[in-house]
Design a protein around this ligand. Structure first.
Ligand SMILES: Cc1ncc(C[n+]2csc(CCOP(=O)(O)OP(=O)(O)O)c2C)c(N)n1
Ligand SMILES: [Mg+2]
Length: 802
C-alpha cells in the first residue's frame, strides 16, 4: 500500500482507517454543501454562491496540520478546511448563503458578507479579545482577490515577534512563544496580483512562518493560466526564492490536488519546517478541479473544452480518493456508498435547519407587524388596505425584512392624515424596526467596546519651560509608549537605523532593539498589512508610510480590509493598528499632497487624525494606544523643526478624538481648518484683524470622527459665516466639512453669507516656493476671499479691494 497520510507509528490500521473514512465523509459533506448551495441560488433562495468544490481533499490535508493558535487568511474556496478544523459548520455555511444576520447562526459576518467569506469570532460580546492560543483562528475574508496577502504577512510577523522578543512571552493568550503558523490560501490566477509577490518577497526577507497554499485549477474564472502566469507555473517562477546556498528564502512544494496521501505528507513536511524554523513555505496544489464552475454567475462549459471537462471528471479529488480507498482496501464499495448517502442526508438536514431558522425569525417579525396593522384595522383605520397588506405579507413563503419595510412604509403613507395618538402603535413599530435593523445591518463600523477611542478620557498636557524642536516632542511620545508597553513596535521605510526621515524614532532602535524599531523595504501596501495582521494578534503596531503622497499605495488595504474589519465581522474582529505618515504642504507634486477627501471617503471605519503640531499628534497617539481602534495620523511635514513646548506628562496626556480646538476667537466668521493650514489661517487672521475683521479659527484635529459634540455650529450661531480652509482639491475634504457643518449640525440655519471654501488648485501642487504660492491657499488668498465676503455684507465698512 502507498504510504498514506501522516499516520503516527502507534496508529492501528483500524484507527487509521477510521480517520481516513472520517476525512472522506468530510469531503463528501463539503461537496454536497456546494451542490446544494448552488441549487439554492439557482432556485432563488439565495442571491449568489461561490463554492469550494474540487478543493476538498487538499483542504482536509491542510486542516490536519493546522493547530490551535494558528491563523488562516484565505479566500472563498476554503469551506472544507473551515469545516474540517471546526471553524465553521455546514449549517453556518448555509446561514451565510441566506444572509442570516444573526451572529449566533452566522458567526463569520452576521449575514453581511456573501457566502464563502469566512471568519471566527475573536472578540466577546463587549468587544474584548478572546484567547487565541486555545483555538484555531480565521481572519475575516474580503472579496478582492489577493487582498488576503498583506494581512497574512502581519499575522505571520506576529509569531516572529512573540518568539524573538522575550518581553512578549507572557502574553500566552495570543501566542506560545511564536509557535503559530499563518496559513494563507490563494487561487492560481490571483498570484498575478502585485501584492502576492510583494508579500512573498517580504516573508522571505523577514523569515516569518507563513504557509501559502495555491489552489491551482489552471483558471481565473474563464481566463486560463497562459494569460495569467509566465510559464503557467507559479512555483517554477518562485523557485528563485527557494532557500539554498545563496541564503534563506522559502521552501516550495508541489502536489496534486487529488492525491490524498501525497497531500497529507506534503502538508506535514511544510508545516513542520514552517513552525519550527519560521521558514515561509509555498505549497502549489495543482490539478485541482472546479466541478460546478467558478460561481453561480455562469457555467464553465462556455470556456472549458470538452477534453478539459472530461479530465476534471476523471481527476475529481473525491472520485480519486474513493478509488484509492477501495484499491487499498480501506473501505468497500458499500461503505463508501453509505458514507456518500449519509453525507447527502446530513447536509440536507443542515441546510433545512439553516433556512428554517432564518425564515422563522422573519416570519415571526411579519406576524408581529401584521398584529399591529390588524389591530388598527379592527378599529376602523384603513381597514381594507391594512387587510390587504397583512394578507399579502403573510402569504409569502420566503418573506424578507424588506417586505416588512415596504409594508410599513405603505402603512405610514396610508395613515398620513391621522393624529399621532391613532397611529402611535405604527410609529412605535417604526422606531423598533429601525433600531433592530440598524443593529443588524449598520452596527460596528467602529469599535463598540469599552476601549473605543471615543471613550478614552482626556488628560490635558502639563507644560514646563522646556522648548524643543517638534520632532523631539514626537520622539519623546514614542519613547514613553515603547517604555511602558512591550507590545508597541514601529516600522517602515527608514524607521529603524535613522529613526525615520524626520527623526521621530531617532535613537530608539538602539534603545529597544531591531525587533521593535525596524526598517522595512519600500512596499507600502504590505507594510500596512503587517500592522493590520499583527494588531489582530494583540500587538500594538505603528506602521509608517514615509509621506502622505505614498499612502495611496496602501489605501487598498486600509479601505478594503482595516476599515471594514469591525463591520464585516459584525464586531467579531478588530485591528487596532496605527498608521503614521506625514504630509501636507512642502514642495513638489509628490511631497506636498493632501488628498484628504480621497482618504476619508475610502476609510470610513477608521479614524483619520490631522494634528496641527507635534504636541497634538503626541496626545492623539496616546489616545489611540489606549484604544482598540485603527487610525491614520497625518503629521505636518513642515512641523518637525518648529519649536514647541515639551509636555511634562508625556506618558499620560491625551487629545480626545472628534473634539475641535478653537485657536482664535472672533465674531465675523468661523474658519474651519486642520493640519498645516492652521498656521496659515492664523497668519491671515492677523492681516484681517488689521482691517477690523475678526475670524474665529477652529482646528477640527480629526476629520474622522468629525466634531462629535457639534461645537462648530455653536461658533456659527455667533458669527453667521462659514469659511472652510483646506489644502485638498476643490470639493475634497472641504465638501465633507460643509456636509458635516451645514447638514449634520444644521449650520445652514445660521448663515448670513454663502458658505466659502478656500482650497488648493485641482492639479497637484507645483514645485518650489512659487509653485506652492500659486497651487495652495495662502494668507493673501484667504485674506482676499474673507475680506470680499465681508465687503459683500457691508461695502461701506469694507470697500472693494479690486
Ligand atoms: C481584485 C479583484 N479583481 C477581480 C475580482 C473578480 N474575481 C473574482 S474571483 C476571480 C478569479 C480568481 O481566480 P483564482 O485566483 O484562480 O481563484 P479560483 O476562483 O480559480 O479558485 C476574479 C477575477 C476580484 N474579486 N477581485
Ligand atoms: Mg483558479
Amino acid at each position: 500500500m502507498e504510504e498514506a497520510a501522516n499516520a503516527p507509528a502507534a496508529l492501528t490500521r483500524e484507527d487509521f482507517r477510521k480517520q481516513v473514512l472520517h476525512d472522506y465523509r468530510m469531503a463528501c459533506e463539503s461537496r454536497q454543501a456546494s451542490l446544494l448551495g448552488r441549487k439554492e441560488v439557482l432556485t432563488g433562495k439565495a442571491k449568489f454562491g461561490i463554492f469550494g468544490d474540487g478543493k476538498e481533499v487538499a483542504q482536509i490535508a491542510m486542516a490536519k496540520v493546522f493547530q490551535n493558535g494558528d491563523w488562516r487568511s484565505g479566500y472563498y474556496r476554503d469551506q472544507t478546511f473551515m469545516f474540517a478544523r471546526g471553524m465553521s459548520s455546514v449549517q453556518q455555511f448555509f446561514a451565510q448563503l441566506y444572509a442570516d444576520p444573526d451572529t449566533d447562526r452566522e458567526p463569520a459576518s452576521g449575514g453581511r458578507s456573501m457566502n464563502g467569506h469566512f471568519a471566527t469570532r475573536l472578540l466577546d460580546e463587549q468587544g474584548n479579545w478572546l484567547p487565541q492560543t486555545d483555538r484555531p483562528n480565521c481572519s475575516a475574508d474580503i472579496s478582492p482577490t489577493a487582498g488576503q496577502m498583506p494581512r497574512l504577512l502581519g499575522l505571520a510577523l506576529a509569531s516572529k515577534l512573540y518568539r524573538e522578543n522575550a518581553d512578549l512571552h507572557a502574553y500566552t493568550d495570543f501566542s506560545l512563544k511564536g509557535n503559530e503558523i499563518a496559513f494563507g490560501t490563494i487561487g492560481n490566477a490571483s498570484t498575478s496580483e502585485g501584492i502576492f509577490w510583494e508579500t512573498m518577497n517580504a516573508a522571505c526577507v523577514m523569515q516569518v512562518p507563513l504557509l501559502m497554499s495555491v489552489w491551482d485549477d489552471g483558471y481565473g474564472i474563464s481566463v486560463p493560466a497562459k494569460y495569467q502566469t509566465a510559464k503557467e507555473d507559479i512555483s517554477r517562477l518562485l523557485s528563485g526564492f527557494q532557500t539554498d546556498k545563496f541564503g534563506q528564502g522559502m521552501e516550495i512544494f508541489n502536489v496534486k490536488g487529488w492525491d490524498y496521501a501525497g497531500l497529507c505528507k506534503t502538508y506535514k513536511m511544510a508545516a513542520d519546517v514552517c513552525r519550527q524554523k519560521h521558514t515561509p513555505v509555498l505549497v502549489q496544489v495543482t490539478e485541482v478541479t472546479q466541478p460546478q464552475g467558478h460561481s453561480t454567475s455562469g457555467s464553465h462549459e462556455r470556456y472549458k473544452s470538452k477534453e478539459r471537462l472530461e479530465w476534471e471528471k476523471e481527476y475529481d479529488c473525491i472520485a480519486k480518493m474513493r478509488e484509492w480507498l477501495i484499491a487499498n482496501e480501506l473501505a468497500t464499495v458499500e461503505e463508501v456508498n453509505a458514507i456518500e448517502n449519509e453525507a447527502t442526508q446530513s447536509v440536507g438536514d443542515a441546510q433545512t435547519a439553516a433556512l428554517n431558522a432564518f425564515l422563522g425569525t422573519i416570519k415571526f417579525e411579519v406576524a408581529g407587524f401584521c398584529d399591529i396593522i390588524n389591530a388598527m384595522a379592527a378599529q376602523g383605520i384603513a381597514t381594507a388596505e391594512f387587510a390587504e397588506i397583512s394578507a399579502g405579507l403573510q402569504s409569502k413563503s420566503d418573506p424578507l425584512r424588506k417586505d416588512i419595510g415596504n409594508a410599513l412604509h405603505k402603512a405610514l403613507r396610508l395613515t398620513a392624515s391621522l393624529g399621532v395618538a391613532q397611529k402611535q402603535p405604527l410609529l412605535d413599530y417604526y422606531n423598533r424596526f429601525n433600531e433592530l435593523n440598524n443593529n443588524r445591518y449598520s452596527s460596528h463600523l467602529h469599535s463598540q467596546s469599552p476601549d473605543s477611542a471615543l471613550s478614552v478620557p482626556e488628560v490635558p498636557p502639563v507644560f514646563g519651560d522646556e522648548t524643543v524642536d517638534g520632532y523631539m516632542v514626537i520622539r519623546a511620545c514614542f519613547d514613553a509608549a515603547m517604555q511602558r508597553d512591550p507590545r508597541v513596535f514601529a516600522f517602515g521605510e527608514d524607521v529603524g537605523k535613522i529613526g525615520d526621515v524626520n527623526q521621530g524614532f531617532s535613537g530608539l532602535q538602539e534603545k529597544y532593539g531591531e525587533l521593535r524599531v525596524t526598517d522595512k523595504g519600500i512596499r507600502e501596501w504590505s507594510i500596512v498589512g503587517e500592522g493590520l495582521g499583527a494588531s489582530m494578534r494583540g500587538l500594538r503596531p505603528i506602521a509608517e508610510i514615509q509621506y502622505l503622497d505614498y499612502l495611496l499605495y496602501a489605501l487598498v488595504v486600509m479601505s478594503d480590509d482595516i476599515a471594514t474589519l469591525q463591520y464585516r465581522s459584525k464586531g467579531g474582529q478588530k485591528a487596532p493598528v496605527i498608521i503614521r505618515t506625514r504630509g501636507h504642504r512642502l514642495e513638489g507634486i509628490w511631497h506636498s499632497g493632501s488628498p484628504m477627501g480621497t482618504i476619508i471617503h475610502a476609510v470610513r471605519g477608521m479614524h483619520v487624525c490631522v494634528p496641527r503640531n507635534m504636541t497634538q499628534a503626541a496626545g492623539i497617539y496616546n489616545t489611540l494606544l489606549k484604544s482598540d481602534e485603527p487610525a491614520l495620523v497625518v503629521e505636518c511635514l513642515n512641523g518637525y523643526r518648529i519649536k514647541e513646548k515639551l509636555p511634562m506628562n508625556m506618558d499620560e496626556f491625551t487629545v480626545p478624538l472628534g473634539r475641535p480646538d478653537t485657536l482664535r476667537f472672533g465674531e465675523h466668521a468661523t474658519l474651519v481648518t486642520y493640519g498645516s493650514c492652521c498656521r496659515i489661517a492664523l497668519e491671515a487672521a492677523d492681516m484681517l484683524t488689521e482691517h477690523g475683521i475678526r475670524v474665529e479659527i477652529i482646528d477640527v484635529q480629526t476629520l474622522l470622527p468629525f466634531d462629535v459634540n457639534h461645537l462648530i455650529v455653536e461658533s456659527l450661531k455667533e458669527t453667521n459665516r462659514l469659511v472652510v480652509l483646506d489644502e485638498d482639491v476643490p470639493g475634497g475634504a472641504s465638501a465633507f466639512i460643509l456636509q458635516q457643518v451645514l447638514e449634520n449640525q444644521g449650520g445652514y440655519r445660521y448663515l448670513d453669507s454663502a458658505p466659502l471654501t478656500i482650497t488648493a488648485q485641482p492639479h497637484r501642487p507645483a514645485y518650489g516656493t512659487d509653485g506652492d504660492y500659486f497651487s495652495k491657499p495662502g494668507a493673501d488668498e484667504i485674506f482676499m476671499k474673507v475680506y470680499t465676503m465681508m465687503h459683500e455684507t457691508d461695502p461701506v465698512t469694507w470697500p472693494a479691494l479690486l
